[in-house]
Design a protein around this ligand. Structure first.
Ligand SMILES: C[S@@+](CC[C@H](N)C(=O)[O-])C[C@H]1O[C@@H](n2cnc3c(N)ncnc32)[C@H](O)[C@@H]1O
Length: 240
């Protein structure tokens, strides 16, 4: 559906903008470790969207939990290498929407995910900057392949965001969430020219804390505009 292209794109953007991304990645890691520190059980931490590993404090989590499950649709070399070196790291190829097979056929009725909900070894779930991504590839694919309209894309995007939040809310263990909330576009002078919801206007609950991710500094997209993501993180999403 285009996931490999998307992942390679994110990786190249990361390499070009390593410095600009550093504070966001650090904020994300700090929040994940805060969540881990609050856990009373320390068996398994399950991380959704961990295929690139940029924002995952893997060594620290391995020091705190018996097992780390990295779950994603695909894994880049650093995650594969880490799993080869450490048997307590498990790579799990998982569609967190549980709906990609039907979406690939043009069927937009979503299935509510249930993976790991009944697994008592899961002590902490982390959703790592994946929420706003869930609709990106499916919508591009459906618009191209099935002529899905813009309004239908919005609707599907909202349904995917709501389904992931409901999925996280269904875990009995603590859950940490890091998610893009808005995309802010600025001109050369730094003045804001547009702000667009990253979540198809589905509001996140109050609480947590927010920070800015300088994802596309001037020159990344063009010479006249930069894009900032407003990110919100919750170290204990289930408590909200
Ligand atoms: C923006 S990246 C996440 C950032 C990542 N935590 C990092 O290393 O910075 C989004 C990730 O979500 C994954 N992803 C997107 N849709 C997914 C799905 N339906 N199921 C599982 N993973 C998905 C992508 O493969 C990608 O690795």
């Amino acid at each position: 559906m285009g996931y490999l292209r998307e992942c390679v794109g994110i990786e190249s953007r990361y390499r070009r903008n390593r410095k600009a991304w550093a504070s966001h990645l650090e904020e994300s890691r700090t929040l994940m470790l805060e969540a881990a520190g609050q856990c009373t059980a320390r068996d398994t931490v399950l991380i959704f969207g961990a295929g690139l590993l940029h924002d995952i404090p893997l060594a620290d989590l391995l020091g705190m939990f018996r097992r780390v499950i990295l779950a994603d649709l695909l894994f880049m070399t650093p995650a594969r290498r880490a799993a080869r070196r450490e048997e307590r790291i498990e790579l799990v190829t998982l569609d967190v929407t549980a709906s990609l097979t039907s979406l690939a056929e043009g069927n937009t009725t979503l299935t509510q995910p249930t993976a790991y909900l009944d697994d008592p070894s899961i002590s902490l779930v982390i959703s790592a900057s994946i929420l706003s991504q869930l609709s990106v590839v499916p919508n591009l694919y459906l618009e191209k392949r099935f002529r899905q309209s813009e309004a239908e894309s919005e609707q599907l995007g909202q349904a995917l965001v709501r389904a992931h939040l409901a999925y996280l809310g269904a875990f009995e263990c603590p859950v940490a969430l890091v998610a893009d909330e808005a995309h802010i576009i600025r001109d050369r002078s730094g003045a804001e020219t547009a702000t667009v919801s990253a979540l198809h206007d589905v509001p996140l609950p109050a609480g947590g804390r927010s920070w800015d991710w300088d994802i596309c500094p001037l020159g990344e997209i063009d010479r006249d505009h930069s894009v900032m993501h407003r990110v919100r993180g919750y170290s204990d999403f289930s408590a909200i």
